[in-house]
Design a protein. Structure first.
Length: 245
């Protein structure tokens, strides 16, 4: 069994989460930003873009077990697993390494997406649409219900991911990709389905720091919902999976 260093775990999660957010925020930019060839491509294009962004991130982060999401890390801990990945013990230190790497990678991925679409961000556009490239926001703002939506979506994500462990089919990350597409298509409408604290918070920080023309507010009053909701949902999904594994 391979044993990975702290640096290797950090690099694996950072690169995987970076690819996730680069391709995920990239598909949103493609659909929302004027003069992009994917402009007005629709919600399903965004769903599939995020799904395959997850698949790319999972392949890239194989050394660390490809959590690429703090909710997954918390869910595995809540599930009582002895290891975050083969050879990586569940400890507070390793958990901190995972989450720190995920946040760092997510911010870098959002930066790369901004650079790829820089000239399109320079176009006149509603500031809320520019923020939507980076971070989620509710269709109807109701913090309690928005929180429940994120809890439900992330519960499904963690519960089903842990169920995959009982399936003998060797399909790799593809089922996770389609799971994310399905969650987005079914449950993504109310909040934009962060289902990943790093996916939302890292790019939101990038939005706040980057020199984006006419960007407006980063909506920090809402920022706690896509962080707390997925963590709760991940923990509940990990606990519930114990009844079936």
């Amino acid at each position: 069994m391979d044993v990975y260093s702290t640096w290797e775990i950090f690099a694996s999660e950072a690169v995987g989460t970076g690819l996730l957010t680069l391709l995920g925020t990239g598909v949103v930019a493609n659909v929302l930003l004027p003069k992009s060839k994917g402009f007005n491509g629709g919600w399903l294009l965004i769903n599939f873009g995020w799904g395959f962004a997850v698949m790319a991130g999972v392949y890239a982060a194989f050394k660390s077990g490809a959590h690429i999401n703090p909710a997954v890390t918390f869910g595995i801990w809540a599930n009582g697993q002895p290891e975050f990945a083969p050879g990586i013990e569940v400890t507070a230190w390793n958990g901190l390494v995972y989450v720190t790497a995920q946040m760092f990678g997510a911010a870098l991925g959002a930066l790369a997406s901004f650079l790829a679409y820089k000239k399109h961000f320079d176009e006149d556009l509603d500031p809320a649409s520019k923020l939507a490239v980076f971070a989620t926001g509710p269709a109807i703002r109701s913090y309690g219900w928005n929180l429940i939506t994120e809890i439900v979506g992330t519960f499904v994500l963690l519960f089903v991911i842990l169920m995959f462990a009982n399936n003998t089919a060797e399909l790799g990350p593809l089922p996770v990709a389609f799971l994310v597409v399905g969650i987005g298509a079914s449950l993504g409408g109310p909040t934009g389905y962060a289902i990943n604290p790093a996916r939302d918070l890292g790019p939101r920080i990038a939005h706040a720091l980057l020199p984006i023309r006419g960007k407006g507010s980063s909506d920090w009053s809402y920022a706690w919902v896509p962080v707390i909701g997925p963590i709760i949902g991940g923990v509940l999904g990990g606990l519930a999976a114990n009844w079936f594994i």
